[in-house]
Design a protein around this ligand. Structure first.
Ligand code: GLU
Length: 519
């Protein structure tokens, strides 16, 4: 069963039922890192056999998320590839032969039970020791299936077109084992598992049959998936054994859960709504209900930060290092260092990663993001694109989210609409007014509008008026940007230029006279 000599092929196999949970993106990331480290191929397979939960737009959302994160697959429904189709619904006819083969070999059977009959079974066999009876080796001989009916009766029902499902015949009390890349040897007793449905009445395979058949046909060698799939593993081991003699079974890695911040259970979409942070990668609107869920991208996260934050949820490189670029992850990631225990999610930490990545990335790299957000806020920067790089460098240390760049840079391009006049008025007097009138005159005549020159002139006039520059700096800042924020005030003045600086001071002086706070 060794897969070491074969080309590594991994897959991410989401069901297109909604937005992508951050745990899903982490699964992609670990698959991706492992694949790239082994010069392998990473496949995206859409597991859309459950038509009741299918959501049309979810597949496009998955592509967009993966593209945003820089984790694009080598093979997928969109990219194609030699093992397609990559959408299970388009492979429907192919699964049937495997289900038939299992029946032929005595590993599966037809079950004709109606929903009412199943319900009756659940109540009739309910006991204190067995509060939720299941369709398994202890009860299957009490049900209406091809094991309890004669061959003729079964054939008759099939010919009559009576609806049926195909179930796996899980053996009683058999030890099943496999080696997990994270957990080591995992042992199950087959009696813990019921006779899962493999093929549904509509002819669609269930997840269990489809995942095994497709992993086989697509030559998957390794499969990283969430720990929530561990209970399904015994069914998969059995199917691998019955269909393919266990040969080429992929090596599984069941990833630790991402837990609620308090460590109590798996982080769900609802926790995000309750605790005020996103759980989805990008904004998602459920087309069926219209329900809207906010995502990391639209909140102003950098993909670099989002990826970094996910990488360290359940993994570290053994050192104190927390910031990892994709190149470093490709270099340092190792399955051996993935934790077995669930990782507690911490939104404050996610914000910290974003802030650090904004600080770390050069302004040139941040520029397209900032341009996007400014445009989104209706701020026109045309003609001043070149200045944006310098501006970003001046303000980036003050930004936690990309959206913060709007407040931190908008005033470079547009006079503020609102001024925090109250903050000025607290210490305002005629002497300060005179100072600014003189400053206007000096700045109008300034031959050189550099930050150094502007600061020098400012201080000179302050000294002549016997005022402390420190007390004038805040009003000046508010006049230029609207509030108590922004980079060095003379850098701002120099960047917006003489004409804008003077007109903003004049406008503020006018408002101060009338006590008005702006539009
Ligand atoms: N279709 C499953 C899901 O929605 C895939 C689980 C697996 O990777 O085996 O997550």
């Amino acid at each position: 069963m060794s897969n070491t000599s074969k080309k590594v092929r991994t897959r991410f196999a989401p069901s297109p039922t909604g937005g992508l949970h951050l745990g899903g993106v982490r699964t992609v990331l670990f698959n991706y890192l492992f694949t790239r480290q082994n010069n392998g191929e990473f496949i995206l397979r859409i597991e859309d056999t459950d038509r009741t939960r299918f959501v049309e737009s979810a597949e496009a959302y998955i592509y967009e998320t993966l593209a945003w994160c820089g984790l694009s697959p080598d093979e997928s429904p969109a990219a194609g590839g030699p093992y397609g189709p990559y959408r299970q619904s388009e492979r429907k006819d192919l699964y049937r032969q495997y289900a038939d083969r299992l029946i032929r070999d005595g590993y599966a059977y037809y079950a004709f039970d109606t929903p009412e009959e199943l319900e009756t079974m659940r109540t009739a066999y309910k006991t204190e020791q067995n509060p939720s009876p299941r369709y398994d080796s202890t009860l299957r001989d009490k049900m209406r299936n091809s094991l309890t009916l004669s061959q003729e009766e079964t054939n008759k029902l099939l010919e009559q077109g009576i609806p049926y499902v195909i179930r796996i015949k899980v053996p009683e009390n058999e030890t099943l084992r496999f080696t997990d890349m994270i957990r080591g040897e995992v042992i199950f007793n087959s009696s813990e598992t019921d006779d899962k449905v493999l093929l549904k009445a509509d002819g669609m395979p269930t997840y269990h049959l489809a995942v095994v058949v497709d992993d086989y046909l697509m030559k998957i060698t390794h499969s990283f998936r969430g720990e929530e799939w561990l209970p399904s593993a015994p069914v998969h081991v059995l199917l691998w054994k019955y269909l393919f003699g266990l040969e080429n079974m992929p090596t599984w890695a069941h990833l630790p859960l991402i837990m609620k911040p308090d460590g109590n259970g798996k982080l769900s979409k609802r926790d995000g709504d309750r605790l005020g942070f996103p759980v989805f990668a990008m904004n998602w609107t459920d087309p069926r209900t219209g329900d809207f869920t906010k995502g990391y991208r639209e909140l102003g996260f950098l993909p670099e930060a989002f990826i970094n934050m996910l990488a360290v949820l359940g993994w570290n490189d053994g050192s104190e290092q927390e910031l990892f670029s994709m190149d470093e992850l490709l270099d340092k990631f190792s399955v051996e260092r993935i934790h077995k225990k669930g990782a507690k999610f911490n939104y404050e930490k996610a914000l910290w990663f974003n802030k650090e990545w904004i600080k770390t990335l050069p302004a040139e790299k941040l520029k397209p993001h900032v341009e996007y957000w400014l445009k989104n806020a209706g701020i026109d920067i045309s003609g001043k694109e070149a200045a944006l790089t310098t501006i970003i460098d001046q303000v980036k240390d003050r930004c936690t989210l990309l959206t913060d760049f709007v407040e931190q840079t908008a005033f470079f391009f547009k006079a503020p609409e609102q001024l925090d006049l109250n903050a000025i008025l607290k210490k305002w007097d005629a002497q300060k007014n005179t100072f600014f009138v003189e400053l206007i005159r000096a700045y109008e005549l300034a031959p050189d509008f550099t930050p150094e020159h502007l600061e020098h002139t400012f201080k000179e006039i302050a000294a002549a008026s016997q005022l402390k520059p420190g007390e004038l700096m805040l009003p000046f800042r508010i006049m230029l940007v609207g509030g108590k924020f922004g980079p060095h005030v003379f850098d701002i003045a120099a960047a917006i230029g003489a004409q804008q600086t003077v007109s903003r001071i004049k406008y503020a002086l006018g408002l101060l006279e009338t006590g008005n706070s702006g539009q």
